[in-house]
Design a protein. Structure first.
Length: 145
């Protein structure tokens, strides 16, 4: 499996809109996680002036909860420090409660909610697996020491 295939699996598209920036996730720098030679997760990022923006983080369901996502975030934090960035930015949709919990456990804080940003991107409001309307982009940041 390739990163492009994982983006299709998780989001149904390879282009993402994060912090009002359109990116093709598979074209960005990042890190991958493998198990027995198989790609099981990845993180991609975009360097900004004072921050690193996480464009995508994905770990296959059978490998979630094993610390892979946390390890990938730590790699991005190391990269941010090497590049003298002061913070890491990430966003998720309002329905993705596991992602919100995950990022907050790792020290990220909600800094902004963009009402209807995801609904505008898709031209409609879709309903998630949990039955929650997917419409808002929730932006988080983590300040680095």
């Amino acid at each position: 499996m390739k990163i492009r295939e994982l983006t299709e699996l998780f989001w149904g598209e390879e282009e993402q809109l994060i912090f009002d920036i359109k990116v093709k996730v598979h074209e960005l720098p990042g890190y991958i996680a493998r198990s027995d030679g198989m790609l099981v997760g990845f993180i991609s990022y975009l360097p900004l002036k004072k921050a690193l923006l996480i464009a995508a983080l994905a770990v296959l369901p059978n490998y979630q909860g094993a610390g892979i996502g946390k390890a990938l975030i730590q790699k991005v934090e190391e990269k941010a420090r090497k590049l003298s960035k002061r913070k890491i930015l990430v966003s998720t949709s309002n329905d993705d409660l596991p992602a919100l919990a995950f990022y907050q456990k790792l020290g990220f804080q909600i800094v902004e909610v963009k009402p209807n940003a995801i609904a505008k991107k898709h031209g409609k409001i879709v309903t998630s697996i949990n039955g929650i309307p997917v419409r808002d982009e929730i932006r988080l940041q983590k300040l680095l020491n």
